[in-house]
Design a protein around this ligand. Structure first.
Ligand code: ADP
Length: 254
């Protein structure tokens, strides 16, 4: 699967948020989208999944313009996990199973049930399969919604701050699973995130948004203190702990 984002432009009420965004992504790659609040990360993800219609440019998957795909095909190929999720009254099991909807014919298949159970197992959600979404903590709900999009088995998975409600162990678990899914199933994953350290650990490349443009698109190994300072407007110190890049705000920052 190859994603080609070509000249995507979008504004709200005439105010430009994304101006001529161009990049490509291959199957198996994890791309972190980084930028300050309001930089346009969510808007970019919404343009990629078709919730927002760009005023210019195109989003192509394997050379097919996603704007020309019908809803069913788009739902089979692209999954979007929003930052906030309004829970419906259903069980955890049903919420994950719902991810199979774009693939279903008239009835559920053994495969649909197997995929659902595999996802519940991978995310350690089996013990809460029968609980209602409305009774879950924010972090538990976030995992279930990520589980639903994994059950969807898309080619392109878009996640908006997927670890924001998760404790450290769950952050690592979710990011590890996303990485495994990308590499083993050749899925392309785009994650908008604020946590630079998690991004440095799990993303192959960084897309840094600033003032409506791509400030830089770089492999994680090319991320520098200067680049982070330019994009996030904060002085940082970068170190190396057991082979992992780690970033902390400079001590001078109060
Ligand atoms: P980020 O995800 O990087 O925080 P967003 O994509 O949410 O940024 O927002 C980019 C800009 O677009 C911000 O200035 C925000 O206020 C504005 N914006 C977002 N959604 C809307 C909307 N529905 N109507 C008008 N402006 C919006």
């Amino acid at each position: 699967m190859n994603l080609n984002v070509s000249g995507v432009t979008f504004g709200y009420n005439g105010k430009m948020v994304l101006d001529d965004i161009n990049f490509c992504l291959s199957g198996g790659e994890v791309l972190a989208v980084i930028g300050v609040n309001g930089a346009g990360k969510t808007t970019l993800l919404k343009c990629l999944c078709g919730i927002l219609k760009p005023s210019g440019g195109a989003v192509l998957i394997d050379s097919t313009d996603t704007a020309r795909m019908d809803r069913q095909e788009r739902a089979r190929r692209i999954s979007y996990v929003p930052q906030r999720y309004v829970d419906a009254s259903m069980s955890v099991y049903d919420a994950v199973l719902l991810g199979r909807k774009p693939h279903m014919g008239w009835s559920l298949t053994e495969h649909d049930l197997q995929v659902t159970e595999d996802v519940l197992h991978a995310l350690h959600l089996e013990s809460m399969a029968l609980r209602q979404l409305s009774n879950l903590s924010g972090g538990e709900l976030q995992k279930v919604i990520i589980g639903r999009s994994l059950a969807q088995e898309p080619d392109l998975l878009l996640l908006d701050e997927p670890t924001s409600n998760l404790d450290l162990r769950n952050q690592m678990e979710v990011m590890n699973i996303l990485n495994t899914v990308a590499k083993q199933r050749n899925v392309s994953i785009i994650v908008a995130m604020h946590d630079i350290n998690t991004a440095l650990r799990f993303a192959d490349r960084f897309l840094m948004l600033k003032d409506g443009h791509i400030h830089s698109l770089a492999p994680w190994g090319d991320i520098t203190e200067g680049l982070i300072c330019q994009v996030l407007g904060v002085d940082v110190i970068m170190g190396n702990v057991e082979g992992h890049h780690v970033v902390i705000p400079a001590p001078s920052i109060q």
